[in-house]
Design a protein around this ligand. Structure first.
Ligand code: BES
Ligand code: MN
Ligand code: ZN
Length: 508
């Protein structure tokens, strides 16, 4: 990953491949953002005009390259759009900085060192720019043969070093902001790697092994239930879904504990390493990206490790429900009834509604420990994508205040989210003639129906929220901001923020 440093150096004398400056959309054209004064001065105060001549407006996502002024050690200036200039006295929005830094970092792939002269008005901005750089520079080339010499033949190595100007290298808050950005981004990027890994390599067993290695490295407790233990324990949901695959299912419990913790959070992730739909097979055109169906588990994994690396004063347990949904002679059939870990029976009417089945067992397992709150994360329904598009996740909960808190935490870290209801009238659509309930209900409001199904497996009196990340988990379009093509790491930062808020006593 890109190395991140804070620097008080002046722009002209900097030895770097490029200097990144911010340009915002002002009322009368582009304006140079604070932090780039020295660069602007070297252009005789005409940088905004030069940028306008080159066609720049300051719009978000825009990138303009120009030769550095005479006398600069760095040869290149990269101006990156920040969007609308903030009101007088208001600072630049953290997310605008994060996205701009991401755009610049991605454009600087192949470079050794870049200096970022973006507006920094405190540790918040330092953290945001740091995250933007580390997340924007991400590439996944493990499977590109040319990558063997650390440089992909068909691409460029990620930016090696980023120096944040305006950051204070000896200020404790600034240093902490960098450390947080590094820990969160490193784990988030690791979750992207897992999502991008092909499903022939990332089986439930392989995923579980990755968590065991990480647990050792970060002093976490890990417990892996294999198929024998799952059968013995009565995990009918996970076994039912995983029963069709030669790659057997796993339930991973990853625990981070702090000696002074007052609260306990449980995170539960859907970890379908490949969703073919099972016997209710998905048609071609709907299965090419279904390796991303373990994004919830990847997010939970990353968040627990990040919480440990940050030493948060809270106990966090991650539950990863790992299975591959495949059709075969041993696969669950539409019409089968499963006895779930909670004891409830479920009639499987559509084997493609598998996420809720594995989550049901993990939610119940999490509930037995009576945590203060449970948050599950899942690429659960196409319906949520239809409702909210590909960049926003839905937030459902059994408690309105908690739903709002989760929504706010998401917005705070720059993850678009939206509250969704759990309308009671949709519950009866899941009534089954043979079992306690069916895994399908009304088609309309399918994302909410799935949420209502999950609610049935949350222990009495436990505060619970459900994040349906089917839209934002996997980016099928081009890269934007700090979001690459492919696995995005959706929900990781929201979960980490929830753990921080809980540790600070500001949540629940
Ligand atoms: N993994 C899918 C949901 C999904 C779709 C995630 C597209 C990401 C992108 C899930 O298991 C699924 O197949 N859901 C069905 C549920 C239906 C059968 C009730 C769906 O949304 O169609
Ligand atoms: Mn499915
Ligand atoms: Zn699925």
């Amino acid at each position: 990953m890109t190395a991140l440093t804070l620097s008080t150096a002046a722009a002209p004398g900097l030895r770097a491949d490029a200097i990144v400056v911010g340009v915002a959309k002002g009322a009368k054209g582009p304006v140079v953002a604070p932090g780039a004064e020295a660069v602007d001065k070297a252009y005789d105060g005409r940088l905004a005009g030069v940028l306008e001549t080159l066609g720049a407006s300051g719009a978000e996502g825009e990138l303009t390259k120009l030769p550095a002024p005479a006398g600069f050690k760095a040869p290149l200036v990269v101006a990156v759009g920040l969007g609308a200039e903030p009101e007088k006295d208001a600072g630049y929005d953290a997310e605008a900085l994060r996205r701009a830094a991401g755009v610049a970092a991605r454009a600087l792939a192949g470079s050794k060192k870049a200096a970022f002269a973006l507006p920094v008005d405190g540790p918040g901005a330092v953290g945001a720019i740091g995250e933007g750089v580390l997340l924007g520079a991400y590439t996944f080339d493990t499977y590109k043969d040319g990558a063997k010499d650390a440089k992909a033949k068909n691409g460029k190595a990620p930016l090696a070093e980023a120096s944040l100007l305006g950051g204070k290298p000896r200020d404790a808050a600034h240093k902490a902001a960098v450390a947080r950005a590094v820990a969160v981004s490193e784990e988030l990027n690791r979750s992207r790697d897992l999502i991008n890994m092909p499903p022939n390599d990332l089986t439930p067993q392989a995923f579980a092994a990755v968590t065991q290695t990480a647990a050792k490295e970060h002093g976490l407790k890990v417990q892996v239930l294999d198929e024998k233990a799952l059968v013995k324990g009565g995990y009918g949901g996970i076994m039912g879904v995983g029963g069709g695959s030669a790659a057997t299912p796993r339930l991973v419990k990853l625990s981070y504990t702090h000696p002074k913790a007052g609260k306990h959070l449980a995170f539960v992730g859907k970890g379908i390493t490949y969703d073919s739909g099972g016997i209710s097979l998905k048609p071609a055109g709907h299965n090419e990206t279904m390796k991303c169906d373990m994004s919830g588990a990847a997010a939970v994994f990353a968040a627990v490790v990040a919480a440990a690396r940050l030493g948060l004063e809270v106990n966090v347990t991650g539950w990863l429900a790992l299975a591959e949904n495949m059709p075969s002679g041993t696969a669950v059939r539409p019409g089968d009834v499963l006895r779930m870990y909670s004891g409830k029976t479920v009639e499987v009417l559509n084997t493609d509604a598998e996420g809720r089945l594995v989550l049901a067992d993990a939610l119940w397992a999490a509930s037995l420990e009576k945590p203060d709150a449970i948050v599950d994360v899942a690429t659960l329904t196409g319906a949520m994508m239809l409702a909210l598009g590909s960049r926003t996740f839905g937030v459902m909960a059994n408690d309105e205040a908690f739903r709002s808190a989760v929504h706010e935490a998401a917005e705070e870290v720059g993850e678009p989210a939206w509250p969704m209801p759990l309308p009671e009238h949709l519950r009866k659509g899941m009534d089954s003639t043979v079992a306690d309930l069916a895994n399908m209900g009304e088609r309309m409001g399918g994302g909410l129906v799935a949420g209502l199904f999950l609610r049935e497996f949350v222990g009495e009196g436990i505060t619970w929220a459900h994040l349906d990340i089917a839209g934002p988990a996997f980016n099928e379009g081009g890269p934007f901001g700090y979001t690459p093509k492919g696995g995005t790491g959706s929900a990781v930062r929201t979960l980490v923020r929830l753990a921080e808020l809980t540790a600070a006593g500001d949540l629940g």
